[in-house]
Design a protein around this ligand. Sequence first.
Ligand code: MEV
Length: 441
Amino acid sequence: MANNREQNGLVSGFSKKSKQEKIEWISQTCFANPQQAKSVLKTYWHTDEKLQQLHDEFIENAVSNFYLPMAVAPNFVINEIPYVLPMVTEESSVVAASANAAKFWSTRGGFHAEIIGTEKTGQVHFLFSGHHQKLAKFFTAIKPKLLQETEGITKNMRKRRGGIVDIELVDSTKNMANYYQLHVRFETADAMGANFINSCLEQLAKTLQDQAASYVPFLEHENQIEVVMSILSNYVPGSRVKAWVSCPILDLGDDGHLLAQKFVQAVQIAHQNPYRAVTHNKGIMNGIDALAIATGNDFRAIEAGIHAYAAKDGQYRGLSKAWIKDETFWFELEVPLAVGTVGGLTKLHPMVKWSHELLQSPNAEGLMQIIAVSGLAQNFAALRSLVTTGIQKGHMKMHLLNILNQMGATEAEKQAMIEHFKTNVISFNAVEQALIAWRKI
Ligand code: MEV
């Protein structure tokens, strides 16, 4: 087996092998110490076999579980309701930042959030080499049929006040020869809606082609509409949420004026400078992704959509706004979000279920608001550190345990080092030196 890799490192029929066989193959083929490789995977198997099987069945070729810490950030007040947020992240300082921001705003009116829209989009991309106006006429003629033939798919969604909102024909022939789209708007109730949207789109594409084939006014070459693909868009500017905080500048603390001013400047910098904007938004995504993962939502879709929104006017910009008006400080975040509280992993993954219950089982709109608040809280915490003490103080404090773990510190050593670094600047080197010195005592 060890020679497999030397032979060519490739394998056929891998997905058909049993889990054991897969583990055997990769351990023998890719690792210097196959026994150790196997044992690492097994260490992370769940002891409850049924639960393990559930996880194995989420994806193809599962061999183990990959743990990320799950934490909670208490004291969030959102639209006057207290929440504890579930957060899944590997970054040391993210949860502490959230909890600090939550506590800070809990005594200053809390966070506010409102939904701006919940509409999603999907497209059938197709090629048509005939006359535009003929296609437009054809589209108008078959639009009722397009809707009618998706009725089987939209039935349940319509009961939940979702479904297809409208279908438009878009002419993009100026950008690419013969290229058109059916641009379809959807409401998906409490589902993120990816499967629903994609099923509708594939049916629409089929109906479009079928109808074109028998549309009498078309010439022969026009009867053949060439569908390139049918897929939802993760750009969801029609599904937006706004979160904000505000308080009298005096309530920001002794240096309230200075802090507010610096906040506004930091936000202006992120608005006009893309290098800063990316990091500014990354901080926001620290809060958004942690919640998205904990609640079983597709964080890659969310990331893609939000970053596209940050560049909507042609330049990548910071997503938050800050201003001072009548001695009051305002800080706001508006982001596009497509999330679900039903479907996907929401009822399947026990930790996801737990997170939803922790959040008081919100509907999709409620979850959008909570996630946006989490992004705003992270941004607030990051900017507050950046314009005052600098980010490293808090970051390194949280990172200290990681460094100590890397150095194999015992519990007693960790306590001693935490004490020592309360009054000393943390760096990898400083921790190493301090630990060596302490071990000599
Ligand atoms: C680190 O994960 C995130 C920050 O860099 C965000 C920011 O700079 O605004 C602290």
